[in-house]
Design a protein around this ligand. Structure first.
Ligand SMILES: [Zn+2]
Length: 284
């Protein structure tokens, strides 16, 4: 495990943490004015991209509020849009507490202001994770939001990987989620690339292979050919179409418990096209 410390003074700013894959929904908002968002990161974990280290709010230590730097552009809470709102005791701005409406709760440490110290734990093998389960926690009310965002990111990566080709998807769960969007986004072209799911226990031959990212390292499942890495959570759903976990079919949350009998597997994931557009705009 590693502890993040202040680059300026060496003070420890977190409890010991284990690395996990960067969540697709990190930094993405849900809805408009959703005020009761959950914490992004599980306690005791962190994820990092090139700019920030995401941790759970309860895992931060030794910081204080930079009250004169609180947001002027956030809505119901803090977001750190304007400037870091957390300082180390030495006076160095180190990150932001995020608790604005529609935002996943968390603390974002500035990658340039902190550094990891300690020895990272060995990465677990692929076999350490459950791949033959569509949904690990059927009472998880935020599952739809996370997977819809992950599918939006995946759509953008498929489109980018397709290049100038169109994409053909055989009938099945992958087609249910992506085909209509791909048909809309990709104009007819002379070249057609096939798309299929591959990963633990699942071999496939196609031009583009949707593979899971390792839940800890984020590395894609190794395949020969062009891999399109997607979130492990979305992959499990696509790879286990015969399972009937109990989740609201409409994409809503548990107030739909009024339904009787309870809806089972939703027919399709409500892929987040806003996320797709945002993701594609970041790439050439
Ligand atoms: Zn410091």
């Amino acid at each position: 495990m590693v502890v993040f410390e202040c680059v300026a003074c060496g003070a420890e700013l977190t409890v010991p943490l284990s690395r996990v894959d960067w969540p697709d929904h990190a930094g993405r908002t849900v809805g408009n004015g959703v005020t009761e968002m959950p914490v992004l990161m599980e306690a005791g974990t962190y994820a990092t991209n090139s700019q920030v280290v995401e941790i759970a709010p309860g895992d931060v230590r030794g910081v204080s509020w930079a009250t004169d730097l609180f947001d002027t552009t956030s809505c119901c809470g803090l977001a750190g849009y304007d400037a870091p709102n957390l300082w180390c005791a030495c006076g160095q701005p180190v990150g932001s507490r995020v608790d604005d409406c529609s935002a996943w709760q968390g603390v974002q440490l500035d990658d340039a202001a902190v550094r990891p110290v300690g020895e990272a734990e060995p990465v677990a093998g692929w076999e350490a994770f459950e791949w033959d389960t569509a949904l690990l926690d059927g009472a998880d009310v935020w599952w739809h939001d996370r997977v819809a965002i992950a599918a939006g990111v995946a759509l953008a990566r498929i489109v980018i990987a397709a290049g100038d080709a169109t994409v053909a998807v055989p009938d099945g769960p992958v087609a249910e989620v992506f085909r209509s969007h791909l048909d809309e986004l990709l104009p007819p072209a002379p070249e057609v690339k096939t798309l299929a799911l591959a990963g633990p226990g699942l071999r496939a031959e196609a031009d583009l292979l949707l593979v899971p990212r390792h839940p800890e390292s984020g590395e894609p499942w190794p395949v020969e050919g062009t891999a399109v890495p997607i979130s492990a959570e979305l992959w499990r759903w696509l790879a286990n179409p015969d399972q009937q976990p109990c989740v609201p079919a409409t994409g809503g949350r548990w107030p739909f418990l009024d339904d009787d009998p309870l809806p089972r597997r939703p027919e399709r994931i409500a892929l987040d096209r806003w996320v797709s557009r945002s993701e594609m705009s970041r790439r050439p």
